[in-house]
Design a protein around this ligand. Structure first.
Ligand code: NAP
Length: 286
């Protein structure tokens, strides 16, 4: 199976690295195109995948074509590639907000299309992806994408009307958790812990808490209450979170991110960031 990425930025690289490191797809069967020469040179060296500036060349070499550009440039890319997306290709868009109808209307009428919302923990084989399926897709297309992305985390089918919600939750979600990790690490450093140890303690705590919540069969509220003694240390910290609106802030962050996804899908476009933002370690949905 050959897979191609149009737009070789952070999300495409995370997926390509996830697949190659797990041996799911051989690097010689992966193609990627981008505008930035530096990006192409770097990923060609690091991932040993095939690279080009020519988006159309990627389509020609792909059975699965992943459109991994920003939502704001999706129409330009669709216009450039529409005549090449015959039913022999499966087209997968990872762009926030861009709907199946929108994609389908700009490709050949019988194009097989899937809308996927992955996240960057795919790099650690712990991604959380959701997808929905276009009307001309074959019955086996959804299960194929599900199996591929399950190999680097979880992958669930979702009706399209919930894709923006999932974008706010799991697509943008890692950034909210990184923010929490960073803040807790800083508190540890302020109290005298070495930075690397503070960060490791916080990351392991987030990892462990997530695993426990997944595996225990108990709700997060039950797990929290189980470590909250009356008059103890945890309730002292929790009362501070409550007073400062932690829960409401997180809740609203997810909702606002989902709303932004829907806006992008309905054509409310911001300018795309310049190329020199490239090496930023922060992964952004848009
Ligand atoms: N990052 C995440 O955590 C995440 C998670 C889920 C979904 N997504 C989705 O993934 C998509 C890509 O996001 P990203 O974070 O990977 O963005 P990114 O790092 O900016 O990558 C997009 C790449 O596409 C390139 N590009 C722009 N116009 C192009 C064109 N006409 N032809 C070929 N390449 C072109 C960009 O080059 P320039 O820099 O020169 O513009 C950039 O290298 C977005 O639609 C986003 O919603 C991202």
């Amino acid at each position: 199976m050959r897979i191609g990425f149009v737009g070789a930025g952070r999300m495409a690289q995370a997926i390509a690295k996830g697949f190659t490191s797990r041996g799911i797809i051989k690097s010689r069967n992966i193609w990627a195109s981008d505008r930035a020469e530096k990006t192409l040179e770097r990923i060609s060296t690091e991932l040993r995948i095939n690279v080009t500036h020519d988006n159309r060349e990627v389509v020609e070499h792909s059975d699965i074509l992943v459109l991994s550009v920003k939502p704001q440039v999706m129409d330009t890319v669709l216009a450039e590639l529409s005549d090449l997306t015959d039913p022999s290709k499966l087209v997968v868009s990872v762009a926030a907000g861009v709907t199946l109808d929108h994609l389908q209307s700009r490709l050949l009428p019988d194009s097989r299309v899937i809308r996927l919302m992955p996240n960057t923990p795919i790099l650690a084989n712990a991604g959380a992806s959701v997808y929905c399926v276009g009307k001309a897709a074959k019955p086996e297309d959804g299960p194929l994408i599900e199996a591929l992305f399950k190999s680097v985390g979880t992958c669930d089918y979702l009706p399209e009307n919930l894709m923006d919600a999932a974008t706010g939750l799991s697509g943008s979600g890692p950034a909210f958790i990184f923010e929490a990790i960073d803040a807790m690490t800083s508190a540890g450093v302020q109290m005298g812990l070495p930075l690397s140890l503070a960060q490791r303690l916080v990351c392991q705590t987030v990892h462990g808490a997530g695993l426990l919540a997944l595996q225990s069969g108990q709700s997060p509220a039950e797990l929290r209450d189980a470590i909250t003694s009356p008059g103890g240390t945890t309730i002292a910290g929790l009362s501070e979170l409550e007073a400062r609106g932690f829960r409401a802030a997180l809740w609203q962050a997810v909702m606002t991110s989902a709303k932004r996804s829907a806006e992008l899908g309905s054509g409310i476009n911001d300018p795309v960031k310049p190329v020199d933002d490239k090496e930023s370690p922060v992964c952004t949905i848009n």
